[in-house]
Design a protein around this ligand. Structure first.
Ligand SMILES: [Zn+2]
Length: 274
């Protein structure tokens, strides 16, 4: 396979038509048979990949180029997810405005050429695949809740349903209920993931204001959580853990690559098999 075919394979399993702004081929390559994959994979891993004879290094998180500079664009995916969950368009747009501006400003400060230039110097094919794999993970997590919980489920039942997935079973981190109580009714559950990063206070609040009882984030900032805790009419917030949740979407892709005859070694990925 070549790097473009590998990107297309990721898009296919994510059911996406085009490469999202936070994913890119930095240095293309052909005849890829041995892949090193890291949730985070920058200059040290490029050297390691070269030293150990890999044909390609794939990072999950963006490492440079347009994937750094245009990263904020994928945050807009929250708007579509909110609309699908019943949040009115205007409110959904308002809920992302502040964080979107922060992300755009911080993307603008990045040293986007650093790791990319190292890859070229080493002649090491290099790419990152972020949102497609998070979208795969989001679907798996949402499907798990749909099939394993019902109208009478509690917040703890939602946690238990996630814990049936191997990545969560195998992870050192535990799924945490950061807001609300385990015995509370879960109500409507929304897995908010696959939009670059978590939606913070505003997105969670928009969901709570529009009929969602339990919001699921894979991570949350300390200030956003503190702000949510000061609110009166909120539901529950479950935080599933970053590496474990990323791995839920990464492992199916690793399996697809293996099926195509590409061998994969992972760094930091939680095993998807028990
Ligand atoms: Zn991640």
């Amino acid at each position: 396979m070549n790097t473009e075919e590998i990107m297309q394979l990721a898009l296919k399993i994510a059911e996406l038509k085009k490469t999202p702004e936070d994913s890119a081929v930095y240095a293309s390559g052909d005849n890829i048979r041995k892949v090193l994959f890291g949730i985070d994979a920058g200059v040290p891993e490029l050297l390691l990949a070269k030293q150990l004879g890999y044909d390609l290094l794939i990072a999950h998180h963006p490492q440079g180029g347009t994937a750094h500079v245009n990263f904020h664009e994928v945050f807009k995916r929250h708007v579509r997810q909110m609309i699908e969950a019943g949040v009115p368009l205007k409110e959904a747009e308002n809920a992302v405005r502040k964080r979107l501006e922060e992300l755009e400003l911080s993307d603008h400060t990045r040293n986007y050429g650093h790791a990319v230039d190292v890859a070229r110097l080493l002649k090491m094919p290099y790419m990152n695949i972020h949102t497609p794999l998070d979208e795969v993970g989001r679907r798996i997590m949402a499907q798990q809740i749909k099939s394993r919980t019902g109208r009478d489920s509690t917040v703890q039942d939602v946690v238990a349903a996630f814990n049936e997935l191997c990545e969560f079973k195998n992870a050192v981190t535990k799924i945490e209920i950061r807001l609300g109580k385990a015995e509370n009714p879960a109500g409507k559950v929304m897995v908010s993931h696959g939009a670059g990063t978590n939606g913070g206070y505003e997105v969670a609040k928009a969901y709570f204001n529009h009929g969602i009882g339990t919001v699921v984030y894979i991570h949350v900032g300390v200030e956003d959580l503190a702000k949510l805790k000061t609110e009166k009419n909120t539901g529950s917030l479950i935080v599933t853990g970053h590496a474990a949740s990323d791995s839920v979407g990464i492992n199916p892709f690793m399996n697809e690559l293996e099926k195509k005859g590409v061998s994969v070694t992972t760094i930091g990925v939680i095993p998807g098999r028990s």
